[in-house]
Design a protein around this ligand. Structure first.
Ligand SMILES: [Fe+2]
Length: 228
């Protein structure tokens, strides 16, 4: 618990992407984790969770805010060269903030229901679409393990077609970059920083164990909202 108090508590805005106004410009802040750093052990170590949240996610937030402030200044001056130069930093750091804000909610300690299979409409949809939960897990593990370099593997829903999708994205690209109608239900971070301290180079072992702390309740709530 003491470790968590090191994190500055700030109010959370919509979608948990805490934001604040700075001289009229909207900037973002690091959202609190909804559990202690060590609460996901043994599946994910407290050391990984603390570094991942306090260092990696914080860096995306810091650099996103910096790029937004530079964009604001460049736009005010009509400096289109600088605006163009900032786009990749905005995509990378903005995506990093969006993705990690979802990721923390996708996890839960076992004693709070982590790893408990989804009930209700999402459970039915998974069975209908993939055949079974085991098939879905196998598919996400295979695609997550095969992703070259850094990125994410997602279970999402197409909010127009009302169908489930499994998709991977590279680097910090958010799921919406693969389709404007795609809404993330569950994203698994397969960057080395998410597992290396505990699993070394064996990404498949990390993928195998993370299901023990997946928060299906959150995914089910998002699904029910998109597919009422
Ligand atoms: Fe990460």
């Amino acid at each position: 618990m003491a470790l968590r108090t090191l994190v500055t508590r700030k109010s959370l805005g919509n979608l948990g992407l805490g934001f604040r106004q700075l001289r009229g410009l909207q900037t973002y802040s690091l959202p609190d984790l909804p559990y202690d750093y060590g609460a996901l052990e043994p599946a994910i170590s407290g050391e990984i969770m603390q570094l991942h949240h306090q260092k990696h996610h914080q860096a995306y937030v810091t650099n996103y805010n910096k790029a937004l402030e530079q964009l604001d200044a460049a736009t005010a001056k009509g400096d289109s060269h600088t605006v163009a130069k900032l786009l990749s930093a905005l995509k990378f750091n903005g995506g990093g903030h969006i993705n990690h804000s979802i990721f923390w909610k996708n996890l839960a300690p076992v004693k709070e229901g982590g790893g408990e299979p989804p009930h209700g409409s999402l459970g039915w949809a998974i069975d209908n679409h993939f055949g079974s939960m085991e098939v879905l897990v196998q598919k996400m593990n295979t695609e997550g393990a095969a992703l070259q370099g850094s990125g994410w593997v997602w279970l999402g829903v197409d909010k127009e077609l009302k169908t489930l999708v499994v998709q991977t994205t590279e680097n910090q690209d958010p799921l919406v970059s693969k389709g404007a109608n795609l809404v993330p239900l569950l994203g698994i971070d397969v960057w080395e920083h998410a597992y290396y301290l505990q699993y070394k180079n064996v990404r498949p072992d990390y993928l195998k164990n993370i299901w023990k702390v997946i928060n299906w309740k959150f995914a089910g709530e998002v699904y029910a909202k998109e597919c009422p």
